[in-house]
Design a protein around this ligand. Sequence first.
Ligand SMILES: [Zn+2]
Length: 1289
Amino acid sequence: MRYLQIRRTLYSLTGKWPKTSAIERTKEIERHWIPKLLDEHEKYEIDPENNNKEKMYVLPMFPYPSGRLHMGHVRVYTLSDTLARYYRLRGHRVIHCMGWDAFGLPAENAAFERSEEPIEWTKKNIAYMKQQIKQLACSFDWKRATTCDPNYYKWTQYIFLMLYREGLVYQKKAAVNWDPVDQTVLADEQIDEAGRSWRSGSIVEKKFLKQWFIRTRAFTQTAFYSTKTPYKPPSAALDLPPPPPEYDLVCAQIFTRHGSRALEGRKYDTLTKALWIQAKEENALTELGRQFGNDLQYFVDVNDQIGRGELSELGKHEQQGLAHRVAERLLPLFIKSLLRNESKSIQVVSSNKSRTKASLRAFVEGLPPSVVRLVDHQPPNPSLLFFHDNARYQTYLKNDRRLKNKLKSIERQSYSKQMARDILEQLYRPSFIDKLVDKQYCLTDHESDRSIRNEFDAVRMLHALYLIGSNLEQEGVGCLFEKYFSKNQSAWYAYLQDAKDYYEKGPGFLNQTITYDMAQILLDEFLVDSDECSQIDAKHFLRVRFGHAEGIIPFIALLKIPILSDKQTPPKEIYTYANNGWRGEIISPMSANIQWEIFRYHPRHHGRNSRPEDEKILSLVDNLDTLDKDDWQTLINIQRMWMGDCNGVNIQFKLKIPTNEFDFLETFTTKPETLLNVTHLYIRSNHKLARADLIEETKAGAKRLRTDAVHPLTGQPLPIFINDDADFGPKIRANMSMLNVQIGTPSTNPFDEAFARQHNISTILDSSAPGQTMDVETLMAELRSRGLGGYRTSGKLNDWCISRQRYWGTPIPMIHCKNCGVVPVPENELPVQLPPIENIKSSSRTGTSPLANAHEWLKTQCPKCGNQEAKRETDTMDTFVDSSWYFLRYLDNENTKKPFEPNIVNQSMPVDLYIGGLEHALTHLFVARFIQHFMYSKGLCTSIEPFKRFIPIGMVQGKTYKTLSGQYVRKDQVLTIDKDTTAHSLTKEPLQINWEKMSKSKYNGIDPEEIIDKYGVDFTRMLMLSFVHPRSLRNFTLEDGIAEGLQNWFKLFTYLYVDLIEPRTKSDTKSSINHEEFQQIEASLREQRLHTIYTVSFYIDSFFSIASAIIELQKLTRHLRKVSADVKKQSKEYSQSLCDLLVMMAPVIPCLSSELWIILQKQMKTNIDGYDLTKSLFEQKFPTLPVDYPGKINALFETTVFSSMPISRSQLATMTTADVLQHLIENDKQSEMKAFIAKNGLKLDRSRKLGDYCTTLIYERDPTIPYVEPIEPIVEKKKNKPPKKKPTS
Ligand SMILES: [Zn+2]
């Protein structure tokens, strides 16, 4: 900013109001106060007192360091700063951070065009823009995140790898949107309706590249139930892959543990109860201990009711779920078997224990009814499925000293001892536990030969109840015992349980094979049976065995699955999660099932596609309902529209002769049930395949492709026609390839029928086609099993492609090895740093990343096999990945161990107010929500949504002048004829006037520095915040008189305070008004002041409408201006008003307010209620309403308050929404409110409470009542009526 060097003349320095011109004074005030205000803010940041305050996380979207601030930035940051200052004055701990979204294209272009290092270009811009934001007196915490800093992108890579491990990142070759100008891939969302790039504006093309995608789907959660972990459908990472390309599924072998069940015998509960009774008799129960007695009794009753060892409801559901998944997975085999009219092709067998027999029954119940006749019940086989009953093994368990000592040493670590005590102390008094530790009790259950002799035994029993509880969820136990274990404790005991299982049943000691040996019988059976059922004339294709965890664990150990189960531990070491992958993050063999599938080579299959997904999206859609409607409505609508309803199915049709670009055509249909009636396909004439060399003309004059498509179910050839008249469905976005393909179904669609007749397309279907009787679900399952689509999707949403063929982005931390395929970079090698640009010869601009030329960087060692010729991934991430989690990093930005510490972050999350452009509402907010959902699912964040309220900021537009031929004209060439008429100054051609987004090419931009230079900082802030609601478009000009009006107000406002120094109007020493009149004026001043406090708070708290608040404050200013000099002299209310007004104005115009506050400090002779005049302005508190000032209840529809009434605040504070509603209706004397509600067909939607001073009932149209008529507000404007609505633009 340029300032003239002038003499110091400020009042705050000299005690005299300077006689300089207004603009000189303004500049000097700002030069003096801005550094002070920013310093003061730094002190605020580290004030320990903040920890006791309620948090308020105010977050403006962080900027891209493009070089200079534009008016849109100024609008966002001044609003954000004003709100931050407001909430600080209101006593909140405000978190207000700033960082930089610093990767991206312009820096890279600068680098390659001007051989300037992107980092240098970026740093330079950051320095300049930071100085500009500071110049606006914006009080940010600057010690935060910059996305191009390796200390930040290290953790972006780390999060990418987290997603990868969860199976949420994958790579596929795909048609991508290619921006030929920027030479980069774009997401669908970055293309406008006309098919142009959002950045370069060029028409987007399709290109085929191998890309990285982030998958949006259901997450897994960690549980602490060891072998008792209830089954869940396989997690994303575990999802069975489709058969390898060109292979067919032949048969499957399954060994499953039985479902969740009740306690088997009476050992744990009986002994625990005996201990409890002992404690009760000794009067040694704590309060929680007494409750535990009830819980225990309830648990015993539930178990007795189910029957000991019998399946719980959950157990049955688990087995039915397994049946569903098996049926879906093996559908082709089921169908084949049904079509061949076979029987007994699914063999089932149990161990003969009641729970395995019940599991078998539940499994069969879960199969589709049509296949039940295929089930072949084999005689139970205990020697195969209950093999752990053998004598040698049981002797080992009971007598092996090495085993016993190991388990004892694990369980009785000193840590464990303290933890056992901590757990028991919740239930029993310390003296009782002392005796237990002293082995003074010995409680034995003779039936099971178990006993409680010490604290370890006691907790082990208790923990067993906790584990079994999780299996009895639907019987009402579930988490009943969770309150007796903290998260740490349950995790520790889960570990002890796992360690016990590991040594007793699993891999155990190095070179110890007793567990493996006993499972060999089962492995032999798997092999023999696989051989049998993979024969061409095999009778059965599936064998399902129902066994026990005691069998599963040794069996998996025996299979020696790499990484997972081939992990024995030397006797001197101890098994832990850290040194052994046996209980991995992804799979735990201790609670798994085994499904073993045999494939046969069959060359007709190829080109399977990875699945698009809908589950996660659904939850992101569903969760939109939880967002605050007032702020989020626009966004909810946009996101819903974007994600769409998952109302159809995607289907892939293979091409008989694949081209270089396409193996298949993909389409989306809302009528999948018609799939069997499809006889031909249409593609649009703009489809990539509609090329002259691929097209031929039919006799009837239609254009068709030389190759046919293949029906995904029947294998029938389907001709493909080029026809734009077919119904391609609503056009959602340009370049949506799946909407460029449509199916033709003559039997259900008249257009298709006519077309088929005209072009002689055979409408007779192959009658032997499988699945003609299939329902839609079966059809979809069949498509999925063939890798040809079959997913419910919205037809809109694709997986998120994050690959960018650019240099200046976060490197994707992957390595390509010719032996191992794609291998993630080990975490301890992060970050993968960008190489310096001088090592990169040139950007080839052929669609590969410039990083492909960084030869030294490119070559690396494979972390898996050590291959020295492995290569790094050369794509970098889309910057939307960088910005998807910065709000988390802000809160713990110096963490060198992980992206953030959950305990720290969760103290401040979620963001309370998110402020930014609506243009980011789609992509950025979707990706940020996705990452937050992910973090939540991993237990790293406690809030599922990242942002509580969102203020979408409307665009700032400038006036444009255009010739009739569409050419923009510079302002100095515009000739103004009258208010609405202009012409070109040279050609005299008439010009069109419009408001458009500010842009250099339209000559309608305004540089913020220009305005600051002309009017000062405070004025610029106020200009940006006045007149329109933050959401509205801001048509910005300095020529509409608004600036002059504001300047007048500034003068009025300033002189309210300057007059305190030397009153300009001298009055008689004796007052001319009498006491009564004076009292009336005082009362009116008070009313006006309190009304202003009320309305200002209401506007900001409800709508964040600083503009409406400013109008109220301007009114108060004018009101105070009219007060006569002799009233001023004696009026306490006047002084109070001056203080209140200044503090309320301070967030908007911090510099001038600070200077005027010095006047109050020096001139106020008496103390003013609520203020400490010895302290600075921003150490004051925002004025509050006195307790006797009535609160208000408002009833609001759209933006109209249609009913309103005062109520005492103490009463309001304790009222529920129902009470408020009741009060409003009871006091609705003229029944105006009822009439309004009836007339407009409204119903109460929600209520919003603002402090203790106002509750608003928000009504919406009742969809069950037919639409009536446009509303007419019933309440006419009255004086002091409650604030009505947001200002108009
Ligand atoms: Zn390798």
